[in-house]
Design a protein around this ligand. Structure first.
Ligand code: GDD
Ligand code: MG
Length: 356
C-alpha cells in the first residue's frame, strides 16, 4: 500500500514572532507561496498524495490557505487538537485516518530530501521507525541522533547541552513510522515524539534507524532562518517544483499586473508579486521578495529583504536584509538595518532609523 503522510503543524511558532502573530508558521510565505506548498510538492513528487495535517491552533487559517489540496495535486485532510497534544500526540491524533506506513514531517522544514529513498531504506533495513538525519553546526537547537554504521539508532537526545554533543547529525523532522506503533502513545496527555516516543522505542528494542537525507535542509522557524531559506530558493539551492507566480525575466519573477517604471532598477534573483507598483529611481534586489500589491516609491532601495503583501515603502527608504509584515507602511527615508523584522501593519514614520 502507498504511504500516507502526516504533517505536524500545531506548534505556536513562538520563535518566528512577530511574523506568526499575523499568520501561522505553516503558511508564512516563501517567495509569496504558503510554506506548506513546498512540503506538499515534495511529497507528491515522491508519490505521497494522501496527506493529513495535524493541527492545533489556527486550523481555520491553515485550511483557508490550503483547502482540499487540489491546487497542489494532493488530498488534504485536517485533524485538530482542542489542546496541544505535543509532537507524538499530534501524530497519534491523525492516526485514525491513517494506516500502514506513515511519512511524518515537521511542518517547518524546507527540504528537497529524497523521501522515496527514505522509504526504501526503511523497507530494506526492516526498520519500524526511520528518522531522516541532517548535519548542523549547532545541535543544541535540535534532536541529536547517534547511530551505528548501518544506521541503527543508539541514542536520541533532544536539545542536548553543549557538553553532551557527540555528533553533528540531528533529527531532520522527516520520519517513516509504522502506524501500529502509534498505539503506544497515550491519548490523554501531551506527548513529545522526541523526548518520549523515540527514547521509549529504543529502550524497548524496537528497530529504529537513521538515514542521512542529503540535499538541502533548513528549519524555517526563526526570522533569520525564514529569510535565509528564501535567499536559498532564489539562488536555486533548493530543488522544488514550486515556482513563483508570474514570468521570469533576467532572473526576476514578475507577477501579473506589476507596473515597474522605466527608471526603476531590478536586479535578480528576485520575486516581484502581482500588482506591485515600483516607481522610477527605486532599486530592487538582488535577493529580494516583494509581496503582492506592494507600493515602492521613487528612490527606495531594497536588497536582501522579504516584504509581505501590500507593504508601502516611502521615497528614498532603505531596507537591507530585513523582513516586513503585510500592510506595513514604511515612511520616506526610513533606514532599516539588517536583521530588522517589522510586524504586519507596522507604521514607521519618515526618517526613522530602525535597528541602528
Ligand atoms: N499537532 C501538533 N501538536 N503539532 C505540533 C505540536 C503539537 O502540540 N507541537 C509542535 N508541533 C509541530 C510544529 O508545528 C512543528 O512543525 C513541529 O511540530 C516541530 O516543532 P518545533 O517547535 O518546530 O520543534 P523544534 O524545531 O524545536 O525541534 C524539532 O525539529 C527539529 C528539526 O527542525 C524536533 O523534532 C527536533 O528533534 C528536530 O531536530
Ligand atoms: Mg522547528
Amino acid at each position: 500500500m502507498d504511504a500516507q503522510a502526516v504533517i505536524l503543524v500545531g506548534g505556536q511558532g513562538t520563535r518566528l514572532r512577530p511574523l506568526t502573530h499575523a499568520r501561522p508558521k505553516p503558511i508564512v510565505p516563501l517567495l509569496n507561496r504558503p510554506f506548506l506548498h513546498y512540503q506538499l510538492a515534495l511529497l507528491r513528487q515522491h508519490g505521497v498524495t494522501d496527506i493529513i495535517l495535524s493541527c492545533s491552533h489556527r486550523v481555520d487559517d491553515i485550511r483557508a490557505a490550503l483547502g482540499s489540496g487540489a491546487d497542489a495535486g494532493v488530498r488534504l485532510r485536517y485533524v485538530a487538537e482542542s489542546e496541544p497534544l505535543g509532537t507524538a500526540g499530534g501524530v497519534r491524533n491523525a492516526a485514525d485516518l491513517a494506516s500502514g506506513r506513515l511519512v511524518v514531517l515537521n511542518g517547518d522544514v524546507l527540504t528537497d530530501a529524497d523521501v522515496g529513498a527514505v522509504l526504501r531504506f526503511h523497507e530494506t533495513r526492516g526498520s519500524r521507525t526511520t528518522i531522516g538525519l541532517t548535519p548542523v553546526d549547532d545541535p543544541t537547537q535540535y534532536g541529536l541522533v547517534e547511530a551505528d554504521a548501518r544506521g541503527a539508532i543508539r541514542r536520541f537526545l533532544e536539545k542536548p547541552k553543549p557538553h553532551e554533543i557527540t555528533t553533528n547529525m540531528v533529527n531532520a523532522g522527516v520520519y517513516v513510522i509504522e502506524a501500529e506503533l502509534l498505539r503506544r502513545i497515550p491519548a490523554d496527555r501531551p506527548v513529545s515524539i522526541e523526548r518520549e516516543f523515540f527514547p521509549a522505542l529504543l529502550a524497548d528494542g524496537v528497530p529504529c534507524f537513521g538515514v542521512p537525507l542529503g540535499g538541502y535542509w533548513r528549519d524555517i522557524g526563526s526570522p533569520s532562518a525564514y529569510r535565509e531559506a528564501q535567499l536559498d530558493l532564489l539562488r536555486g539551492r533548493v530543488a522544488t517544483q514550486v515556482t513563483p507566480a508570474g514570468t521570469l525575466r533576467d532572473g526576476c519573477w514578475i507577477g501579473a499586473g506589476a507596473r515597474i517604471d522605466a527608471g526603476a532598477v531590478l536586479r535578480g534573483p528576485a520575486v516581484i508579486g502581482t500588482d506591485v507598483r515600483v516607481q522610477a529611481g527605486a532599486r530592487l534586489g538582488p535577493l529580494t521578495v516583494i509581496g503582492d500589491g506592494a507600493r515602492i516609491a521613487r528612490g527606495a532601495r531594497i536588497e536582501g529583504a522579504i516584504l509581505w503583501e501590500r507593504v508601502e515603502v516611502g521615497e528614498g527608504a532603505v531596507l537591507r536584509d530585513c523582513i516586513v509584515g503585510a500592510h506595513a507602511v514604511i515612511g520616506a527615508h526610513v533606514d532599516a538595518a539588517p536583521g530588522v523584522v517589522l510586524e504586519a501593519g507596522a507604521v514607521v514614520p519618515d526618517h526613522t532609523r530602525l535597528g541602528r
